[in-house]
Design a protein around this ligand. Structure first.
Ligand code: BES
Ligand code: MN
Ligand code: ZN
Length: 591
């Protein structure tokens, strides 16, 4: 794994006397007075007066901080930091104190807390012999729940210490982190670690170089998750079976049958009691590498396509978290149709008409719209198991990245489901924007050919993300509640590193569902706004300590021969039309 193990614990000790190499204290900023008020304008005001201290400081330390605040104009604004060193005068317990500004309390979102904690940690981790940190958790607000302050602090630690397995040097090692808080949210802490570990696993799998990655990388990881755990793994590697039962997925696999034959991987988690109240299916796009096929990706557009299996990595990471946390009320199955999109003499070509698991006939118009070809069959397979809902995660379209930038484009055919997922993800600090899939989108993927029902690209140049979503959802019936996350703009940073985005959204959503179904025995406390968004009445009481099982954590990845030197790649702007916010309509489609 990329990140080394850090020990986390809670303490209610006085922050300024705690022994550590570094102490982080977040502060809010008082709201800026209105322009018409008699109060001085912000630039004239004393910055010290704007800082809202979460704790009382001893006189010597307070004087020192105030002198620095005045000089450095530190006023608690978002992103500003102020550093103080331990001295005999200020009697700090920690070698160094970093005060981080979060901005005005009522505007602070979970992701702001994470970003600022991450930034402060990153600075401290560069110091000599930095092994132990203490983080004062900010006071909960309406937008930042107490649970979120814990989860996002933990994630900030994982993010700040992460290095991919290919890095020449391992990431900075942080032995221990003390979370300073009056409340000891142990169950939340355990969940937060499972979430952050899941995210790191996604990053490890995605960052892995393309020349060393194959369908077997995902198979091996699935098996690792299944070892000594409550997750059962099944790998279908019979090409004949895939050709017969998942013909559309097989069409993509035809370009790499010799070099890397396809695998259909399923992972199943059910509580030991056998009394799950809800079945949820997770389908992740698992295109190992996307060359575009015969309609090959031009220029630099192929760079970063090692990340086209991010959805599958998220599905695997979700199952790792299920194995670790063992929710008692939900059953979860993950589906990965794994194959590269490559070229050989048998590879798919445009103007083909191919069959699907759901029985619809597909006209291939573009060999680079391969993700939906794998997903339509994986969704149909998931639907055969009759889950209550299906969630798909995919680096599916450049259009999604044009429409929502580095956000997750969250779509679906069921507004309530979509809203619950959005709330869960946002409570975990993930950037999410919802888009509506309309009847027009289903219209626009109808084929004009006699022998085909649907086409794998829309005839129109716009709404590429939504028409792709409509295509994927066509694998199951209209009545099946589905949510679809297009993460094509979110899966990598501008410098081409995996973000691990969407794993926390999916897992937190599952934990929220589990808790809301829990009755007396819920296993997951809810975080933030997710509580309100849940459809079923949930127990208001704090949840009992989550059961934590041993989860395999090491990714079976080979080490690379040599570090790559990929060039910068702009995301493909295949859809320049920003999406219109049309009201969601119940999508209709061809039988
Ligand atoms: N894997 C790509 C989508 C993608 C693009 C992911 C950029 C991450 C970053 C997908 O298979 C693809 O090529 N989509 C095409 C679809 C088009 C041919 C209809 C696209 O978006 O250009
Ligand atoms: Mn493609
Ligand atoms: Zn692709």
């Amino acid at each position: 794994m990329g990140s080394a193990k850090t020990r986390f614990s809670f303490s209610s000790e006085k922050a300024t006397s705690i022994k550590a190499d570094g102490l982080i204290i977040p502060v809010f900023k008082k709201p800026v007075p209105q322009a018409d008020s008699k109060v001085k304008r912000p630039q004239e005001a004393d910055p010290r007066a704007s800082i809202v201290w979460p704790i009382t400081l001893d006189k010597a330390l307070k004087d020192e901080i105030e002198a620095i605040a005045l000089e450095e104009k530190f006023d608690g604004s978002k992103g500003k930091t102020l550093t103080v060193r331990q001295s005999s005068a200020n009697k700090l317990g920690a070698r160094r104190l970093v005060v981080v500004g979060l901005g005005e309390a009522d505007k602070v979102l979970p992701r702001h807390w994470e970003a600022n904690a991450h930034k402060a940690l990153a600075g401290l981790l560069g110091l000599k012999d930095f092994k132990a940190a203490a983080i004062l958790l900010p006071e909960a607000t309406e937008k930042l729940s107490a649970e979120a302050t814990v989860s996002l602090a933990v994630d900030a630690v994982f993010q700040a210490t992460y290095k991919s397995m290919e890095a020449k040097e391992p990431g900075p090692k942080l032995d221990s982190v003390i979370l300073l808080s009056a409340q000891k949210l142990e169950a939340t802490l355990q969940q937060a670690q499972a979430l952050a570990e899941a995210r790191s696993l996604v990053k490890d799998l995605v960052n892995h170089p393309s020349n060393l990655k194959s369908t077997n990388t995902l198979v091996e990881q699935a098996k690792t998750i299944g070892k000594n755990s409550a997750v059962k793994v099944n790998v279908q590697s019979s090409v004949a079976w895939i050709e017969k039962n998942m013909p559309c997925f097989f069409t993509v696999a035809k370009g790499s049958l010799a070099s890397d034959p396809p695998k259909f991987i399923t992972l199943h988690y059910a509580p030991k009691s056998g009394k799950a109240k809800k079945k949820i299916a997770i389908v992740g796009k698992s295109v190992i590498f996307d060359t575009g096929g015969y309609q090959v990706k031009p220029g630099d557009y192929m760079v970063t396509m090692k990340g086209d299996m991010t959805g599958g990595a998220v599905a695997l990471a979700t199952m790792q978290a299920m194995a670790a946390l063992q929710p008692q009320n939900i059953e979860v199955t993950a589906y990965l149709a794994a194959t590269p999109n490559k070229i050989d003499s048998d590879a798919m070509i445009p103007d083909s008409i191919v069959n699907t698991t759901c029985g619809k006939k597909v006209e291939i118009r573009h060999t680079d719209a391969e993700g939906r070809l794998t997903l339509i069959d994986a969704v149909a397979k998931a639907a055969e198991n009759k889950p209550e809902e299906i969630i798909t995660i995919a680096t599916l379209t450049g259009a999604a990245s044009v429409a929502v930038g580095s956000y997750i484009a969250l779509m679906g055919n069921n507004e309530a489901l979509r809203d619950r997922i959005a709330a869960a993800g946002r409570s975990q600090g993930e950037p999410i924007q919802t888009l509506d899939v309309t009847e027009d989108d289903f219209e626009n993927i109808k084929s004009k050919l006699d022998g085909a029902d649907i086409i794998n690209t829309s005839q129109r140049k716009n709404r590429g993300a939504q028409t792709a979503a409509a295509f994927v959802m066509s694998g199951a019936s209209d009545a099946m509640p589905m949510a679809h996350m297009d993460i094509a703009g979110a899966d990598m940073t501008p410098d081409e590193k995996a973000t691990g985005v969407s794993a926390k959204t999916v897992i937190q959503y599952l934990l929220n569902e589990d808790a809301s179904l829990g009755g007396g025995k819920s296993s997951a406390p809810k975080a933030g706004a997710a509580t309100k968004a849940s459809p079923k009445p949930a127990p208001k009481k704090a949840a009992p300590k989550a059961k934590v099982a041993k989860a395999p954590a090491t990714a079976p990845l080979k080490s690379p021969a040599k570090k790559g030197t990929a060039k910068g790649t702009p995301k493909k702007p295949s859809d320049r039309q920003p999406p219109k916010g049309k009201p969601a309509a119940a999508p209709k489609k061809k039988k």
